[in-house]
Design a protein around this ligand. Structure first.
Ligand SMILES: [Zn+2]
Length: 462
C-alpha cells in the first residue's frame, strides 16, 4: 500500500517536471518567434518608411512560362524625363542586404506621370527561375540626374498591384532535383499602430508538389479524332508514340513531364473534350506547367517530295527557344525546315494569328448561335492550344459563351503556360513520313538537346 503511494507520488513528480519543461519550451518558442517576427516587421517598417509618399500602381502583372512581366505607373510626381538618370525595379531583401535589381523600360509623359514595363515580349522580362531565395518588398528606384551620393537622395517608391489578379504561386522548373516556390502578393501590415501596404515576393526552396509539373507534352488528336491519315498511318497514333518517348527522354534530363494523353484511355480525349476536366486545353494550367508542346504531323492536299519541320509560336514572343528547337530537330533528325511560306516568320518558325476573314466568320458563327462574339483581333493567336493555355498573355477567350466548346477556366488567368505547336513533318511526303516513323530518336534528341541547352544554362542572373 505504502509502496504504491510512493510510486504514484513519483509518477506525479515526473509528470509535473515534464509539464514544466514543456511549458518552458512553449514560452521560449513563443518568445523567440515573436522576437523574430517583430525584427522582421521592424525591417519592413524601416524599408517602407524610407520610401516616398507616392505609390506606384501596377496595372498589368503577368507570369508567362518562366517570366514575370509588370507594367506600372507613378502618378503626379513632378519629375520629368530630363531629371531622371535611371529607373530600376528593386526587390528589397527584408532580412539582408542581398537586393535584386531589375532593368526596366520607362517613359515620362507631359503630365509628369512615369510609366514603365519590364519587357515588350510576353515570354521575357524577369526570369523567375534565376531569382535567389529570400523575402523581398518590390520597390521602384529612381535616380535623379546630378544626384548627390553623400546626401543619399535615391528615391524609392512602394508598389501596389492594382491588376485583377493579386496573388500568384509559381514553382520554378526542376533543376538538379530542386525547385523554388515563389509567392507574389499585396500585403497589409500593422506595425506600431501604423498601417503599411506593400507588394512582396517570397522565394523559398521547396519540394515540388505531386500535382505540379515542369513541361506538358500533348500528343495531337486522339480518341475519335484521328488527325491526318495517310496509307494505314494515323496522325494520332504517331503523335502518341512520340509523346511517350518524349516524356521518357525529357524526364531523363530531370524535368517532370505530364502527358495530356498516354493511350491508356483513348476515348477520353478528343476534339470536344478539350475544355472539360482533363481536357488538353486545361491540363497545362491544372499542373502549373511552365512549358507545353503540342505534337502534330502536317498534311496537305497533294503529295509533296520534301517536307520539314514547322513550329508555331505565340504572338509577341521572343522566339529564341522555338528557333533553337527547330534547328536542333533539323540537325538531329536529319530533316529540313518546312518549305511552306504561309504564316512563316523565319526558317522553321510560324506565327498564325486570325485573319480578317476568320474574324468575320467567327462573328457570323456567334450571331447564328446567339452569343456575343468574342473579342478576336488580328493579333489573336489562332491555334487554341497555344492561345488558351496562355491565359491573358495570349488573349485566351473561351469563356463559355459558345456552349458547344465549354469553358476554359483559365481564360482570364494572369498566369499562363508558354506553349508551342510542333509539326514534325509532312505525312504526305514519303521522305518525311519514313523519317518520322524510323528516326524517332533523332526527332526526340532535337527536343532534349534544346531543353538541356536552354534551361540548364539560364542566361539572366540577378
Ligand atoms: Zn494535327
Amino acid at each position: 500500500m505504502y509502496k504504491r503511494k510512493l510510486k504514484v507520488k513519483r509518477i506525479f513528480i515526473s509528470l509535473s517536471l515534464l509539464l514544466i519543461v514543456v511549458l518552458i519550451g512553449i514560452i521560449l518558442y513563443l518568445y523567440f518567434n515573436v522576437e523574430k517576427t517583430s525584427a522582421y516587421n521592424m525591417n519592413i517598417k524601416k524599408i517602407i518608411d524610407s520610401t516616398k509618399d507616392e505609390v506606384v500602381s501596377l496595372n498589368k502583372v503577368r507570369i508567362y512560362g518562366t517570366h514575370l512581366n509588370i507594367n506600372g505607373t507613378l502618378e503626379n510626381k513632378k519629375v520629368f524625363l530630363d531629371n531622371i538618370d535611371d529607373a530600376k525595379l528593386i526587390f528589397k531583401n527584408i532580412n539582408s542586404n542581398k537586393d535584386i535589381e531589375i532593368d526596366i523600360e520607362y517613359d515620362v509623359n507631359n503630365k509628369g506621370n512615369l510609366t514603365f514595363y519590364t519587357s515588350d515580349k510576353i515570354n521575357t522580362g524577369i526570369n523567375l527561375d534565376s531569382l535567389n531565395t529570400g523575402n523581398y518588398i518590390i520597390l521602384l528606384k529612381l535616380l535623379e540626374k546630378n544626384y548627390n551620393e553623400n546626401k543619399d537622395d535615391t528615391n524609392y517608391y512602394k508598389i501596389i498591384n492594382e491588376d485583377n489578379q493579386k496573388e500568384f504561386t509559381y514553382y520554378t522548373m526542376t533543376k538538379n532535383n530542386k525547385n523554388n516556390k515563389i509567392v507574389i502578393n499585396n500585403y497589409k501590415n500593422e506595425i506600431e499602430k501604423k498601417s503599411y501596404k506593400y507588394m512582396k515576393i517570397d522565394i523559398e526552396s521547396t519540394k515540388l508538389p505531386d500535382d505540379v509539373y515542369d513541361i506538358v507534352i500533348d500528343p495531337g488528336h486522339g480518341g475519335s479524332d484521328g488527325g491526318a491519315v495517310v496509307s494505314n498511318y494515323k496522325e494520332k497514333d504517331i503523335t502518341l508514340d512520340y509523346g511517350l518517348l518524349l516524356k521518357d527522354k525529357i524526364e531523363e534530363l530531370g524535368f517532370k513531364v505530364k502527358l495530356t494523353r498516354d493511350g491508356s484511355n483513348e476515348d477520353d480525349i478528343g476534339v470536344h473534350s478539350m475544355y472539360d476536366v482533363g481536357g488538353r486545353a486545361l491540363i497545362p494550367n491544372d499542373v502549373k506547367a511552365k512549358y507545353a508542346f503540342s505534337i502534330h504531323l502536317n498534311s496537305a492536299e497533294y503529295n509533296i517530295n520534301n517536307g520539314g519541320v514547322e513550329i508555331y509560336v505565340p504572338n509577341n514572343t521572343d522566339i529564341t527557344l522555338a528557333k533553337t528547337l527547330a534547328r536542333n530537330i533539323v540537325n538531329e533528325a536529319n530533316t529540313t525546315y518546312s518549305p511552306s511560306m504561309t504564316y512563316k516568320i523565319e526558317d522553321g518558325i510560324y506565327l498564325r494569328t486570325f485573319t480578317y476573314s476568320e474574324i468575320s466568320k467567327a462573328k457570323e458563327e456567334a450571331n447564328k448561335n446567339g452569343y456575343e462574339p468574342y473579342n478576336i483581333t488580328t493579333d489573336t493567336t489562332y491555334y487554341f492550344f497555344i492561345r488558351e493555355t496562355g491565359g491573358l498573355s495570349t488573349n485566351a477567350y473561351v469563356d463559355g459563351r459558345n456552349t458547344s466548346y465549354g469553358k476554359n477556366k483559365y481564360y482570364n488567368s494572369a498566369m499562363g503556360v508558354e506553349s508551342y505547336l510542333v509539326e514534325l513533318g509532312f505525312m504526305v511526303s514519303n521522305k518525311d513520313l519514313n523519317n518520322i516513323l524510323n528516326n524517332k530518336d533523332g526527332y526526340v534528341k532535337g527536343f532534349t538537346k534544346t531543353l538541356d541547352e536552354y534551361f540548364n544554362n539560364v542566361k539572366e542572373k540577378y
